[in-house]
Unconditional design. Structure first.
Length: 240
């Protein structure tokens, strides 16, 4: 997303008003879709899904939208956008971390509606999305709202498991050597440097801009924020 992730949220990380969402992601309130789409496309505008989220206790806390490229045939109000929702009970007193649900949508036919479980870390205004199996999609169709509500229930059911895994990481202490090894493995996964059979590091030469396992390992011990001066696996994971 093109908007700055810090300024796409309220200063207190609380609920965003409709007026603020309109400023950050006007396509949320689009009432039509790209005119080149066929009659099979039944628009589900994001604004109509927000009351469904609220019925389950989730309110918008972040809004972003892709910028319009020069010469693009797509109108601004049809562009891909994101809303993050937090439960009203988690807006305060969340121990520096809270689970959120991310909603992706567009009105140009480029994607289905997607819901993903995520976690937001307040110390660095950073978010992480749960891995494979936590993303649900529904196409723009006549029965889309009913499909969206079922999809929402599936994501809500996955949230406790995700948060349990995070708490397990927070309760696990790692040594400096383990931290460096985590960093090396992270770099290897990022740049496809692991053999698929035995997960050993490949012997290969990569070109372009990337962080190799050696520099990543060194940087993993470099702490920028006092809040990151912890040795639990969750903090180390975010630092890397």
């Amino acid at each position: 997303m093109a908007n700055d992730i810090i300024f796409s949220r309220a200063g207190n990380d609380g609920e965003l008003s409709n007026e603020r969402i309109m400023q950050l992601a006007p396509s949320v309130f689009a009432t039509d879709h790209r005119d080149t789409l066929t009659q099979r496309y039944a628009q589900l505008n994001t604004a109509s899904l927000m009351p469904v989220m609220r019925d389950y206790g989730y309110v918008p806390v972040q809004a972003q939208q892709r910028r319009l490229r020069a010469g693009s045939a797509v109108r601004l109000e049809h562009k891909h956008h994101l809303l993050a929702f937090a439960h009203v009970d988690d807006l305060e007193g969340n121990d520096g971390l809270r689970g959120e649900i991310l909603l992706y949508n567009s009105h140009d036919g480029s994607s289905a509606i997607k819901l993903m479980a995520g976690a937001y870390r307040f110390v660095c205004s950073n978010g992480i999305i749960a891995g494979e199996g936590s993303t649900n999609t529904v196409r723009h169709s006549a029965n889309g709202v009913a499909g969206f509500e079922q999809m929402l229930r599936n994501v809500i059911e996955s949230m406790p498991k995700m948060m349990e895994r995070i708490e397990l990481l927070r309760s696990t202490q790692v040594t400096v050597d383990q931290t460096i090894e985590m960093a090396k493995r992270s770099a290897a996964v990022r740049w496809n440097m692991l053999n698929p059979d035995d997960h050993a590091l490949k012997t290969c030469t990569l070109r372009g801009i990337y962080a190799d396992d050696r520099t990543t390992g060194m940087l993993s011990t470099h702490i920028l924020r006092a809040e990151d001066n912890l040795n639990d696996a969750w903090t180390v994971f975010n630092r890397i």
